[in-house]
Design a binder for this molecule. Structure first.
Ligand code: MLT
Length: 397
């Protein structure tokens, strides 16, 4: 008889954002006249940049002509996009070659797929609170998970100690959910730790485009020594509004090897077996993001979300509610008022003012007592939510 993967039984009943969507759907069905204000999942509300749309449109036209038609795309990514991304890194002072860049269908897909590179016996260190897919993907694989707590006191960017010794180490900066960012000095400590222990860091850089402080690293490869211990996973979802279009990229340095096996070569082998590449049309649109005009337009969209962040932060400041994030990241991570637990606060906001956020507990037990607002909503929703939050908090609720 078929033996199922028994590790599914170790997962929570539903994935965090799926569970929240179900709760909100039920509330909406029971209260059809209430307008829901969505500050929950980090899904963008602005359309793609004009330059990207023009490139996507050209991609469609190319597919209509025999002379420019593309069938299967190269499994590791179109050469034109790999070269564009590598050049983007080099312009930022990080020396990456084209064949160290792998095009993916998005960071969340890749964060799961990349685990194919690691033995099942490897342990995985998750700095919590954390994006829940890190834990879930390793639970499904039956891997041992070591939870390493970040806290308000260490700015949610802890430094390694011996209890962090693990084979795979997840670091997300700017961080989802706390919005905290690792400085170069702090990241260097993790890089040195990983090299000393023979670990591999999976660096989730999905939110790097939101960094506004000059001294915060956008890439782990800005840190000396990272090329022998890190894989960087990036996404155009939040950078350029591709949540529904799907495109990302991963950097695996050729100098990353363990036990005589090279991770870049292994990933080529994996991709050539497991994918037929990302759609030509989408890659064509993605390349436009890295042009000067594309960068200008995506930065305008990011500025819009940052304005949303300011609107929410102002209310929290006025109501003396402690929070992190909102500056170099599109998430605001706040302490639930009046000592409420995070799901109680979720229910309160939904029922009283129809604002949806994400309970901190969903990002790990250490997230209990905290709550996350996404700044990716529409301006109208954000302004209305801010007004309602202010009224609610000023009543002491
Ligand atoms: C989030 O809200 O944490 C993210 O949008 C989820 C994701 O990127 O998959």
């Amino acid at each position: 008889m078929t033996k199922p993967n028994i590790h599914y039984a170790d997962l929570k009943d539903s994935y965090l954002f799926f569970g929240i969507a179900q709760k909100v759907k039920k509330y909406s069905e029971e209260h059809p006249n209430e307008k829901i204000l969505r500050l929950g999942i980090g899904d963008v509300s602005l359309p793609l940049a004009e330059t990207v749309i023009a490139a996507l449109t050209q991609g469609v036209k190319d597919q209509a002509e025999k002379s420019s038609f593309h069938g299967y795309m190269p499994e590791c990514g179109a050469p034109f996009l790999r070269a564009t991304i590598a050049e983007f890194y080099r312009k930022r002072g990080v020396d990456i070659s084209d064949d160290e860049v792998f095009v993916s269908s998005g960071a969340s897909d890749e964060l799961g797929d990349i685990l194919d590179l690691f033995d099942k016996e490897n342990s995985a260190l998750v700095i919590e609170p954390a994006y829940p897919a890190y834990v879930d993907a390793n639970v499904i694989a039956g891997r041992k998970i070591i939870r390493f707590a970040a806290s308000y006191d260490n700015g949610f960017t802890p430094l390694p100690d011996e209890s962090a010794a693990a084979d795979i180490i997840y670091i997300c900066s700017p961080n989802n959910p706390t919005g905290a960012v690792f400085t170069k000095e702090k990241l260097k400590k993790w890089v040195d730790f990983a090299n000393a222990h023979g670990s591999v860091i999976l660096f989730d850089a999905a939110y790097e485009a939101f960094i506004e402080d000059d001294d915060i690293p956008h890439s782990i490869f800005e840190i000396d020594g990272a090329k022998t211990c890190a894989i960087e996973i990036c996404s155009l979802s939040k950078t350029a509004g591709f949540t529904g279009t799907r495109l990302g990229y991963t950097v695996i340095p050729k100098s990353l090897s363990r036990a005589g096996m090279n991770f870049n070569a292994m990933w080529v082998r994996n991709r050539t077996t497991k994918t037929n590449g990302v759609s030509y049309i989408i890659q064509k649109g993605g390349a436009a993001v890295f042009t000067d005009q594309g960068q200008k337009e995506i930065k305008e969209n990011i500025a819009y979300y940052k304005e949303n962040a300011k609107i929410l932060m102002q209310v929290l400041d006025e109501c003396n509610i402690k929070y992190t994030g909102g500056k170099n990241a599109p998430y605001i991570w706040l302490k639930c008022p009046n000592g409420l637990d995070s799901w109680a606060f979720f229910d309160l906001l939904l029922e009283r003012i129809q604002v949806v956020g994400t309970p901190g507990e969903g990002f790990g037990k250490v997230g209990e007592g905290f709550f996350r607002f996404s700044t990716f909503g529409s301006r109208e929703d954000t302004v209305e939510a801010a007004k309602k939050l202010k009224l609610l908090f000023s009543k002491g609720e």
